[in-house]
Design a protein around this ligand. Structure first.
Ligand code: NDP
Length: 254
C-alpha cells in the first residue's frame, strides 16, 4: 500500500457510499477518520479492515444533524488525530452522511423537512465551518449531492432542495477558500444500490428497472462506482479541479 501523510475525514463511513470512499482513500494511502451514527460495529470493522491492510484509520460517533454537539466532536477529532495519526490537522473533509426521504410536496411534514435541513444542509454548513481551522491549507472539501439536484422526480422536493443548497454552498467555499489553496467540489451520484431510502434502488425490482432504463450505461450504480472518484479528488493529481459538480451516474437522465 502506498503511503502519504494526508488524512481525510469522511462522515457516514460505516456503510454504503461512505464505506467505499473510506476504503478507496485508504487504498491510496491516506489516513482516514470516519464517522458513524448508529452503526458502530460496521464502522469498527471498516477500521480494522484498513488496519489489517497496513493503513491508518479511526472511527468517531457523530450525528451530522446535531449541530450543537459539533464543538465537542472536534475536541474528539483533535484528540484522535494526535493519538492515532500523530497530527493536529487533516487535509480533506468529505461531507457524505445522509438520509433518504420521499413524499409529495403536499405531504411533507415540517419535522421531516427540519431533519433533512439539519442533516443535509445546516449540518454540512456548520460542520464545514468548524472544520476550517483544522483543515490544512492546500486541502479539499467534497460535498456529496445527488443527480436529483439536476433532474427532478416526484417525491424528492424536500431532499433534493437540500442537495441543491449544498451545491451552491460548495461554489462559495471554493471562492472563499481559494486563498488558502483549499478546493471545494461536489460529487453527485445517480441512483446507487445501498441501504439508502430503505434500500429501494437495490431491493425493489421495479425501481431498479426504472433506473436501468434511464441510465445510458444500463444499470443502477454500485458504491464501488463512487468511492474511487472521491478518492481521486483527494489526490495531488486533482489539484486543479475546483468549484465543480461532478456527476457520477452512468449517464442518468441525459
Ligand atoms: P446509506 O444509507 O447506505 O448510508 C448512510 C450513511 O450515513 C451511514 O454511514 C450512516 O451512519 C450515515 N448517517 C445517516 N444519518 C446520519 C446522521 N444524522 N449523522 C451521521 N451519520 C449519518 O446511504 P448512502 O451511502 O447511499 O448515501 C450516502 C450519501 O450519498 C448521502 O448523502 C446521500 O444523500 C447520497 N446519495 C445517495 C444516493 C443513492 O442512491 N444511494 C444517490 C445520490 C446521493 P450509521 O449507519 O452509522 O447510522
Amino acid at each position: 500500500m502506498e503511503q502519504t501523510s494526508k488524512i481525510a475525514l469522511v462522515t457516514g463511513g460505516s456503510r454504503g457510499l461512505g464505506k467505499d470512499m473510506v476504503l478507496q482513500l485508504a487504498k491510496k494511502g491516506l489516513g482516514v477518520l470516519l464517522t458513524y451514527k448508529n452503526s458502530q460495529e460496521e464502522a469498527l470493522s471498516v477500521v480494522s479492515q484498513i488496519q489489517q491492510a497496513g493503513g491508518r484509520a479511526a472511527a468517531l460517533r457523530l450525528d451530522t444533524g446535531d449541530i450543537k454537539n459539533f464543538d465537542q466532536f472536534f475536541v474528539a477529532v483533535k484528540r484522535t488525530l494526535k493519538e492515532v495519526f500523530a497530527a493536529d490537522h487533516f487535509d480533506y473533509l468529505v461531507n457524505n452522511a445522509g438520509i433518504g426521504y420521499q413524499a409529495p410536496v403536499g405531504e411533507v411534514s415540517e419535522a421531516a423537512f427540519d431533519e433533512l435541513v439539519n442533516v443535509h444542509f445546516k449540518g454540512v454548513y456548520f460542520l464545514t465551518q468548524k472544520a476550517l481551522p483544522m483543515l490544512h491549507d492546500g486541502g479539499g472539501i467534497i460535498n456529496i449531492s445527488s443527480g436529483l439536484a439536476r433532474f427532478s422526480m416526484p417525491g424528492y422536493s424536500a431532499y433534493a432542495s437540500q442537495k441543491g443548497a449544498i451545491e451552491v454552498f460548495t461554489r462559495y467555499l471554493a471562492k472563499e477558500l481559494g486563498v488558502r489553496g483549499i478546493k471545494a467540489n461536489v460529487v453527485a451520484p445517480g441512483a446507487i444500490e445501498t441501504d439508502f431510502g430503505g434500500g429501494h434502488v437495490r431491493d425493489n425490482e421495479q425501481v431498479n428497472q426504472f433506473v436501468r432504463n434511464v441510465t445510458a450505461l444500463g444499470r443502477a450504480g454500485l458504491p464501488e462506482d463512487i468511492g474511487g472518484v472521491v478518492a481521486f479528488l483527494c489526490t495531488e493529481e486533482a489539484r486543479w479541479i475546483n468549484g465543480q459538480r461532478i456527476e457520477v451516474s452512468g449517464g442518468m437522465n441525459i
